[in-house]
Design a binder for this molecule. Structure first.
Ligand code: AHR
Length: 512
């Protein structure tokens, strides 16, 4: 009997211990910068992203716009401090000829968008419109070069049109003729897109050889233009691709390697974006957590060939992908719920914690497509839960990563388990500490003890994004259902922070 009592006591003590998540934070070792470019976006000619979502035309739209670009969307995007924007695809980029879409609109060549619905693309939104949009947003453009149906020469000429000094070629003359006097100085160039799939179904050996041709011709010999050239990396656990890419491309011929990963339940049955079961929610979270392993394994390979970490890992497509909502009236349109907020909170923590190698990323996609931050319907616009996470996390942009060690409870579903809590932290130029936490468990709240060690804090404040169900989302009739609120469940005492997070919530704390 005595023995049983002792075991019961021990059992309940163990339970209490287990119920407490523990984070240890090393503010003193904060010396790696979290590149702001981790918080980048992606805009493809797909569904209602470019046309309707961003560009409504210069002449006839009732929607307030500047040079055809929606004022409401620009205003909302500017709040996110978007550091870079990838364009024009995606698979669309793999057959895109940039010269079809410059000059007077009535002289541009209409084409068929063979990647997305075989619809007519009149090319009203082209290079000038995109680069001017980036300027309006204060974002760096990231152009994806057509390495599939395009040519090396076409890529070389795109660089010249966008970047070279006036008077150096017929291309810079054209630029001036088409209303742009000075170069835009585009730094980020993706050479190919998913070259193992819609970008040409290439073998890695073929891709590497072709890549070298493009990367050499697009620059002078020593890349004195300092282009940041991003080679196509894997989009599945095909680590052989990364290995051969790192082996095959000489060190000074690339600055980044891309990686694509979508949190998708099943490619042949992705499920509804807003009506999903607990099991589907759990699988989505498992897929989101896979990003950690995927990055880790790719980093191990890159470390072998590039121990100084000169080449960046660029996750230029990530997010949740579900079945297209018919009521969205556009390919790959999907609602955006608290489930997406959890993908975003978790994924951005993973990126931050790998800031030594992951120095750029692009959420797919910006407006009306996949895990969008904004949805539009004619003149209406709503901000999604993902928008709010991106806005809350912007405090990490260019701050110094404070390494964390976490011991997390499990989020359990049937026989499967994944960590329930994820965290990342950074110190900004003003010396403020920001801690972002995601509790992906949609059934259990979590108590988290954060040991902030030597960081001397007198004050903690924060915001939370949460809602009663993971299916909750904003609609055009109820646009404020899910919005960040002040968070008052974080207490500081004696170098420790006690945080209590409700189920399925994202919290960002500020300490100083
Ligand atoms: O983001 C949608 C599509 O997903 C992109 O066009 C392609 O690169 C990827 O397969």
């Amino acid at each position: 009997m005595k023995k049983l009592f002792f075991m019961l006591i021990l059992g309940s003590w163990a339970l209490t211990l287990h119920a407490q998540n523990e984070v240890t934070l090393n503010a003193d070792s904060a010396n790696i910068q979290i590149s702001k470019h981790i918080y980048g976006h992606f805009a493809e000619h797909l569904g209602r992203l470019i046309y309707d979502g961003i560009y409504v035309g210069e002449d006839n739209s009732q929607i307030p716009n500047s040079a055809g670009v929606r004022n409401d969307v620009i205003k909302a995007l500017k709040e996110l401090n978007i550091p870079n924007l990838r364009w024009p695809g995606g698979c669309f980029a793999d057959t895109y000829h940039w010269k079809d879409a410059i000059g007077p609109k009535n002289e541009r060549k209409p084409i068929e968008n063979m990647s997305w619905g075989n619809i007519r693309e009149d090319n009203a939104f082209g290079t000038n419109e995109f680069l001017n949009l980036c300027e309006a947003l204060g974002a760096e453009p990231y152009l994806a070069v057509n390495m599939n149906s395009g040519s090396v020469q076409e890529a070389v000429e795109w660089v010249q049109y966008a970047n070279h000094a006036n008077g150096t070629s017929y291309l810079t003359d054209l630029r001036q003729e088409y209303g742009r006097d000075n170069p835009w100085h585009v730094k980020y160039w993706g050479i190919g897109n998913e070259s193992w799939d819609c970008g040409g179904h290439m073998s890695v050996e073929h891709y590497v050889n072709l890549y070298k041709q493009y990367a050499t011709a697009m620059t002078t010999y020593f890349n004195s233009e300092q282009l940041f050239r991003i080679a196509v990396g894997p989009g599945s656990p095909n680590y052989d691709w990364t290995e051969k890419l790192m082996q095959g491309i000489p060190a000074r011929r690339f600055e980044g390697v891309s990686l694509h990963h979508y949190s998708v339940i099943n490619w042949s049955n992705k499920g509804s974006s807003s009506q999903f079961t607990d099991d589907e929610y759990f699988i989505t979270m498992q897929r989101a957590w896979f990003m950690e392993e995927f990055i880790q394994k790719n980093c191990e390979i890159m470390d072998k060939y590039d121990p100084e970490k000169r080449v960046a890992l660029v996750v230029d497509e990530w997010g949740g992908w579900y079945d297209t909502d018919p009521e969205g009236n556009g390919a790959l349109y999907q609602q955006n719920t608290m489930r997406d907020a959890m993908i975003a909170g978790l994924t951005l923590n993973i990126f931050n914690n790998h800031a030594d190698r992951v120095r750029m990323a692009n959420l797919a996609q910006m407006v009306n497509v996949l895990q969008a931050v904004i949805l539009t319907k004619e003149e209406k616009m709503i901000l999604t839960p993902t928008y709010h996470v991106m806005e809350m996390y912007k405090v990490h942009q260019d701050a110094l990563l404070a390494p964390v060690h976490i011991s997390s409870n499990d989020f359990v579903n049937g026989g499967e388990r994944i960590p329930a809590v994820s965290v990342s932290a950074s110190i900004n130029q003003q010396g403020k500490l920001h801690i972002s936490l995601a509790n992906i468990d949609n059934k259990n709240s979590q108590k988290i003890e954060v040991n902030i060690q030597d960081f001397k804090a007198k004050r903690v404040a924060g915001r939370i994004l949460a809602s009663s169900k993971v299916q909750d989302h904003n609609t055009f009739d109820n646009p404020e259902k899910v919005t960040p609120k002040a968070f008052n469940k974080a207490r500081l005492s004696g170098g420790k922070l006690a945080v209590e997070m409700p189920p399925a919530s994202v919290v960002v704390l500020e300490l100083d």
